[in-house]
Design a protein around this ligand. Structure first.
Ligand code: IMP
Ligand code: MG
Length: 181
């Protein structure tokens, strides 16, 4: 229910920032091919909006899906690859587009996994960074950060709580989590 969500980052703020990040990527990969690898499902809106703002380079899209084993094992960083890329990335410029970096487990895993496949370059682009939550040892470098946020559970613009709220046009904080029967 929408009244439980407090807007943290408005749709206008997101749009402005998306354009800025897209401009940086356009400059970094001017006249080159670049493959955006979006993480399902959270990064879909960010990846699609970003991809349409990148200019002067040839943009390709692919998707990957990972799952962590749940709260009780999250500190061990157990990640499962649920859906792999559709194509080979050898010798390609790859940018992983992720909705949010929290402990860092997911991106450490994804970076390691994709590096094994010998891309020409591999960069990381996140919409949100909960910097204070990073686990020790997970010092993954984020090349493009949309917003750094506090340690609050956020939803919207792709991010979910129990698969809900992904379609909100803004990023909001869940004020009160209502348990469903
Ligand atoms: P990490 O592996 O701990 O960095 O977590 C990254 C993943 O956890 C993200 O891709 C999200 O799916 C999920 N996540 C972390 N924080 C939030 C949040 O505040 N809202 C929704 N999903 C989150
Ligand atoms: Mg995610």
């Amino acid at each position: 229910m929408l009244e439980e969500i407090e807007i943290l980052i408005s749709n206008e703020e997101i749009s402005t920032r998306v354009k800025e990040i897209a401009r940086q990527i356009s400059e970094d990969f001017y006249e080159e091919d670049v493959l955006l690898v979006g993480t399902l499902k959270g990064a879909i809106y960010y990846m699609i909006d970003l991809s349409r703002e990148i200019q002067g380079c040839n943009v390709f899209l692919d998707f990957i899906k990972v799952r962590s084993y749940g709260k009780e094992t999250i500190s061990s960083g157990q990640i499962n690859l649920d859906l792999d890329l559709s194509e080979d990335i050898t010798n390609k410029n790859v940018i992983i587009v992720e909705d949010i970096i929290d402990t860092g487990n997911t991106l450490v895993y994804l970076k390691e996994e994709l590096m094994k496949r010998n891309p020409k370059s591999l960069k990381i682009c996140v919409l949100l960074d909960k910097k204070d939550r990073r686990l020790q040892g997970n010092d993954v470098f984020v090349d493009y950060t949309g917003f750094t946020i506090e340690d609050k559970f956020v939803v919207g613009y792709g991010l979910d709580y129990d698969q809900q709220y992904r379609t909100l046009p803004y990023v909001g904080v869940v004020k009160k989590l209502v348990k469903k029967d």
